[in-house]
Design a binder for this molecule. Structure first.
Ligand SMILES: *[C@@H]1O[C@H](CO)[C@@H](O)[C@H](O)[C@H]1NC(C)=O
Ligand SMILES: *[C@@H]1O[C@H](CO)[C@@H](O)[C@H](O)[C@H]1NC(C)=O
Length: 742
């Protein structure tokens, strides 16, 4: 959604309610995910919903499925209260990294940074804290997290809002985020459903996705979201096979509600509805914001009422819409003691600790020649680039972050939020440098003029580069949303060339929404280190200093592939419709199949220590064949049964503490047709003191061993020998074994 909304001041949040919400959300202690199973979580909610529905008139029902209209309420989306059942004016607010337009709220890290940590405890805590803040502001429905775009196009403008192009990693991150958010009492929204992979022409194009690709890539993380009992799903702007996503019977009724057993409601993206009856009968349950942006066209409200009266939309369908919306409200316990709406409430608590931890642990060390990092009490360092300092017009001066001026902490669009403060890299470095008596010089520009004199003579020159993108309603420096290329902005390659010519200890720090082609920079002998700092949000400088100075060893791993050339990805933003001809082969699945060497592969990241892998064990009870369980939220119940367990011993063989993300990739047997060579199916992040050893455990669900059989219309475990690869990245495989299924 987009444009600007006004938020009215209301009552302050109840601190007690907030504290309670937080204490209820203990991060999961085990690395195996606790999965709430079965439909029972919804049963009580549905019986309360049925009782409420019985007291509601047809016009009440119309009112809770229809937004009040653009800019007509305190939140970006609002529906009418139903006094007879104690149902409030529902407040729906962006977005996926916190409360949009908040002034007393935290600017959480973007999804892609959370994914970069591969740390389910931090991801869950991030969700819980976002949920607590939303609740503190009286927001009933927070519009996130994002699994669409998944990120098939490296240049896709909104990829940074989500968790990257691997459906398994994204699925885990979706579930943890949703469970965190909803345990705090806010309704989560899994969006954008589905096939919204680019900004260009998103409101006219058709995404034509074959059934298997739909299941194994794009639908996969939404299944995890549904399994985590997500309250709502937002249908996207684009068409699917020429039918609007919000009217797609196949996507909404067949896949989401029937196959995945989704019990919550489907809301439209803002102004993504096109017809009255098509949307109602195509499975949409709530229209947002309820009118077009001019406030003139209203497709439900009185029009839905007429459609029901003339039987073009059945009364049962209207009841179903209303019941789903009510049930989600009861499911999250919002029927009692929910704070009044106040988007401007002060609700930050200690949540910046999560921002700093995700910012820090999402940093990926790509290159560190000769161990130049961590810094060792240098006497002089040079800090170079406009992105080292804050935008001098103000950290929130560009509407919806629609500029790339100064330090970069998030992309732009409706998925951005206000920064309460922003710790710029330069400020944090300067303050840390004081403890060592280091002199810091600043070249606060991307101009190569005079940069040699700033850089020469320093023990190290730290250069800041960026690449930005966002939602297509804002154009920034000729970038319409999707990136035009994967190069650093503002002449970054030339800047590094000039610095590295003057200083043979050049450290490049990249803040970026996604992959950047680094070949020019990496070819320079003076470039000794590359620190992939991602999108760290408000704690940027602190997170970076933690790693640069070795207070924490870097432990992030790339949630996408960094190619040698943009064309190596094999996918690109298209002008017309997108036939998704690459099928299953996006990101590393494509590089592996096509035999293309990436520059830095999916899952890659260095540390200040080394890890050794040993002693793989593999046990399985899996039987080949189709899933047979009854449908629970997320799909057939047996898909979520653990059917194999793999363990490996990981030892920190270096001299400092660190954390390793051990990764498990599966290769399906030949009886599964045309499967990708390797697919991520497990990961475990282990913090390890020097010399310490721990066991990485990967619990594989039936679903993780399955492929989607188009003819059987089911997930099938193929018979034969599965290749099991455990390693430090998708290509740095340290242990292999096989898993036999008959
Ligand atoms: C789109 O068409 C393809 C090819 O017929 C089919 O496999 C797929 O299920 C359709 N998807 C939707 C959402 O209609
Ligand atoms: C890690 O191991 C490699 C190869 O044995 C060695 O060159 C390197 O110095 C080690 N790094 C650390 C941080 O221990």
């Amino acid at each position: 959604m987009h444009l600007h909304a006004h938020a009215l001041a209301g009552l302050a949040a109840s601190a007690a309610a907030l504290a309670r919400a937080e204490s209820e959300t203990t991060p999961s202690s085990s690395h195996a995910r606790a999965v709430p199973s079965g439909p029972e979580a919804w049963t009580a909610a549905y019986s309360s919903a049925a009782a409420a529905l019985a007291k509601m008139s047809q016009s009440d029902k119309i009112n809770i499925v229809t937004g009040v209209g653009w800019n007509k309420g305190p939140c970006v989306g609002n529906t009418s209260p139903i006094g007879s059942v104690g149902y409030p004016q529902l407040c729906l607010q962006d977005g996926p990294l916190g409360v949009r337009f908040g002034t007393g709220t935290t600017a959480f890290t973007p999804g892609i940074q959370a994914a970069s940590t591969w740390d389910i405890d931090l991801i869950r805590q991030r969700g819980a804290y976002m949920g607590a803040e939303a609740k503190g502001c009286g927001v009933h429905v927070l519009l996130g997290p994002v699994a669409g775009p998944l990120g098939k196009n490296a240049a896709g403008g909104r990829n940074w809002e989500g968790f990257g192009p691997d459906p398994f990693l994204t699925g885990i991150a979706m579930a943890e985020t949703i469970e965190g958010m909803q345990s705090a009492g806010v309704q989560a929204t899994a969006k954008h459903y589905i096939g919204n992979e680019q900004e260009l022409n998103r409101e006219t194009m058709s995404s034509n996705i074959d059934d298997r690709t739909m299941h194994e890539l794009y639908l996969w993380p939404f299944a995890d979201a549904v399994h985590a009992n997500v309250a709502s799903v937002m249908c996207s702007y684009n068409k699917l096979n020429s039918t609007w996503a919000c009217e797609s019977d196949r996507a909404n009724n067949q896949l989401l509600k029937k196959e995945l057993g989704f019990q919550g409601y489907v809301m439209s993206d803002w102004n993504a509805q096109h017809t009255t009856n098509g949307a109602a009968n195509g499975g949409m349950d709530m229209t947002m914001p309820g009118s077009d942006y001019g406030g003139k066209t209203i497709l439900w409200g009185p029009q839905l009422n007429s459609a029901v009266n003339s039987n073009q939309v059945s009364k049962a369908r209207l009841d179903d819409m209303a019941k789903r919306i009510l049930a989600a409200w009861y499911l999250t316990g919002q029927n009692s003691g929910y704070p009044a709406i106040n988007i401007k409430a002060s609700v930050q608590g200690n949540h910046k600790e999560n921002v700093r931890a995700v910012g820090r642990d999402g940093i990926v060390l790509l290159k560190n020649d000769g161990g130049i990092l961590p810094l060792k009490k240098p006497s002089k360092i040079a800090v170079i680039g406009s992105a080292a300092v804050n935008n001098d017009k103000g950290i929130n001066s560009c509407t919806d972050k629609g500029c790339n001026t100064g330090a970069l902490g998030m992309g732009w669009g409706s998925g951005s939020v206000n920064y309460p403060y922003f710790v710029a890299p330069y400020d944090a470095i300067k303050s840390r440098a004081q403890t060592d008596g280091t002199t810091v010089t600043l070249h606060n520009s991307d101009s190569t003029a005079n940069v040699a004199s700033a850089a020469s003579g320093a023990d190290a020159a730290i250069v800041f580069l960026t690449s930005d993108s966002g939602e297509g309603y804002i154009t920034v420096e000729k970038v319409l949303g999707d990136r035009n290329d994967l190069d650093p902005w503002h002449g970054g390659n030339q800047l590094v060339q000039a610095v590295a010519a003057a200083n043979k200890n050049t450290i490049v720090v990249v803040h970026s929404v996604g992959p950047v082609i680094l070949e020019t920079i990496l070819a320079l002998p003076g470039v000794r280190a590359v620190v992939w700092a991602g999108l760290p949000s408000q704690e940027s400088g602190n997170a970076l200093v933690d790693v640069l100075y070795g207070a924490t060893a870097p432990s992030g791993k790339l949630p996408y592939t960094i190619a040698k050339s943009a064309s190596d990805y094999g996918t690109a933003v298209v002008r017309g419709d997108d036939n998704f001809a690459e099928g299953l082969f996006i990101d590393y699945r494509h590089f592996d199949k096509a035999g293309i060497a990436p520059r830095f592969e999916f899952g890659f990241g260095l540390s200040y220590t080394n890890f050794t892998y040993s002693d793989i064990t593999i046990t399985t009870t899996a039987k080949s064949g189709p899933a047979t369980g009854t449908v629970v939220p997320g799909g057939r119940e047996d898909l979520f049964d653990t059917v194999a367990t793999v363990t490996a011993t990981i030892t920190n063989s270096g001299s400092v503490a660190g954390a390793e993300v051990a990764q498990l990739y599966l290769s399906l047997p030949a009886s599964a047709p045309s499967a990708p060579p390797r697919q991520l199916r497990g990961f475990d992040k282990l913090p390890l003191a020097p010399g310490a050893t721990a066991t990485a455990t990967f619990a594989l669900r039936r679903r993780d061993l399955s492929y989607w059989d188009v003819r059987a219309q089911n997930w099938v475990v193929p018979a034969g020998s599965f290749g099991v690869s455990v390693g430090a990245s998708s290509r740095d495989i340290r242990l292999t074994g096989t898993l036999s299924v008959t």
